[in-house]
Design a protein around this ligand. Structure first.
Ligand SMILES: *Cc1c(COP(=O)(O)O)cnc(C)c1O
Length: 433
């Protein structure tokens, strides 16, 4: 599932000892494996090779431009949700014709930038947005293609905060309204409405919601075609599961098996927007144990990473496997699971230094005994890890390191204190009354 493995009790990222990276770069540090990104993208490409497709990796999952660059070179397009992400994609050398742009609140400036870059499709979230896009396309003299994002009202069976394809979310338009939107705008020449977009949400663990969404969406497409509209593509979005625990998520081939039959011989291009399923296993967050303490009956392991570095556990109640980077032979984990059956583990809460009770990575978790100074790895931290990090508590953002075989490179420097206040006006220059 990835290239983070123990050898003789020490954790390696591909062929690099994680301890060596931590002693050179410091902690907390995100460590990415290039081979893992490549493997996951390659599996998606292979799974859909039988149908015309564009794979648009979702930048918001993990967007360092060095990572985007090799994904682009490997043939990936990109799913963006802001002007900033368009800028990232361009800086990484992306082919803009393979960019799809979603998001309910695109500004005029962002839309104009994307028109000028001639992106592949705008994914339209409301009629008001479509009207504005038409206006801006006319104003700039550009033409573009658009996909109408519809809500198929399918339950992705995930956390409520990561479900987006049901009725009464802020995303897309109800599938029943799609016909009306096409009647009104389907003949527009500045913005050619010629695709349907669906995104169910994130971190699903089963393929059934995709089959259900495909069935409803294909039915809509056939109806629209009967009414004389040209539909060239179906974008089925992202949200494919990632292995936060060993072998628990469906594979790319499992999803393809449920999705492909619906587009075969339909003269429809398939667009996919995988984020987490490519990025999640591609990184670990390595942090150092600062202190051990007890509070009532609880044992706490306090580490130097905080919720500002990785917010998924408190935000989504997400599970991350957590284990020391150097262990005695008996403690090498067989697989990543919630309750490892190994003798001698200690049940602890693993928490950060941020002044919030929500600042935890795991509660009531069994791990090998650790002491001050030990390094701990938080696995499967590649998706919505660094990209959601913040400077809360005036904590510098962590460094990002990319491992490729037996080499590692800092692809984003750790912030320093000066970075933290660099955009603030110097109080010396503030005029006093
Ligand atoms: C976030 C997002 C994705 C990616 O979701 P993952 O769960 O990371 O695969 C894809 N498409 C859209 C529109 C998104 O907002």
């Amino acid at each position: 599932m990835d290239h983070f493995n123990y050898e003789k009790g020490r954790l390696f990222a591909e062929q690099v000892d994680v301890g060596d990276i931590a002693s050179e770069v410091g902690t907390p540090v995100y460590i990415y494996s290039k081979a893992t990104f490549g493997d996951h993208l390659g599996k998606v490409q292979a799974a859909y090779a039988g149908v015309e497709n564009t794979i648009c990796y979702s930048i918001k999952a993990c967007g360092n431009i060095n990572i985007l660059k090799f994904l682009a070179e490997a043939g990936s397009g990109f799913d963006i949700v802001s002007g900033g992400e368009l800028y990232r994609a361009k800086s990484a050398g992306a082919d803009c014709s393979k960019i799809v742009y979603a998001g309910v609140g695109k500004t005029d400036a962002e839309i104009t930038e994307a028109l000028n870059e001639k992106i592949g499709y705008f994914n339209i979230e409301s009629e008001a947005e479509l009207e504005n896009l038409i206006k801006l396309a006319k104003k700039t003299g550009q033409t573009t293609k658009a996909a109408l994002r519809v809500n198929p009202d399918v339950d992705p069976r995930t956390h409520t905060y990561t479900a987006t394809g049901q009725k009464e979310t802020k995303f897309g338009v109800d599938i029943e309204r799609a016909g009306q939107v096409f009647s009104k705008y389907g003949a527009n020449e500045s913005v050619r409405l010629c695709a349907i977009h669906v995104h169910l949400g994130s971190a699903g663990k089963t393929v059934e919601p995709y089959a259900e969404a495909m069935q409803k969406t294909i039915k809509l497409i056939e109806k629209l075609r009967d009414d004389g509209f040209t539909i060239e593509a179906i974008d089925i979005g992202g949200g494919y599961g990632a292995d936060y625990e060993t072998d628990t998520a469906p594979t790319a081939a499992d999803y393809a098996g449920a999705i492909i039959p619906f587009v075969q011989n339909k003269n429809l291009k398939l667009i996919l927007e995988p984020g987490a399923s490519i990025a999640a296993n591609s990184a670990i967050l390595v942090t150092k144990v600062l202190y051990l303490k007890t509070g009532g009956a609880k044992k706490f392991v306090i580490v130097d990473a905080g919720m500002n570095d990785l917010i998924r556990p408190p935000l989504y109640n997400a599970f991350h496997f957590i284990w020391p980077t150097a262990v005695d032979k008996g403690f090498v984990p067989g697989k990543r699971e919630r309750e490892p059956q190994i003798n001698g583990l200690e049940v602890v809460d693993i928490v950060g230094p941020v002044c919030e009770s929500a600042d935890f990575f795991a509660q009531g978790r069994a791990i090998p005994p650790v002491k001050r100074g030990d390094l701990i790895s938080i696995f499967t931290a590649g998706a919505y890890g660094f990209t959601m990090s913040s400077n809360y508590n005036t904590r510098p953002l962590a460094a990002e390191v990319l491992v490729d075989g037996d080499k590692f490179t800092v692809i984003r420097k750790r912030q320093n204190y000066e970075d933290l206040i660099s955009l603030e006006k110097d109080p010396k220059d503030l005029s006093t009354p």
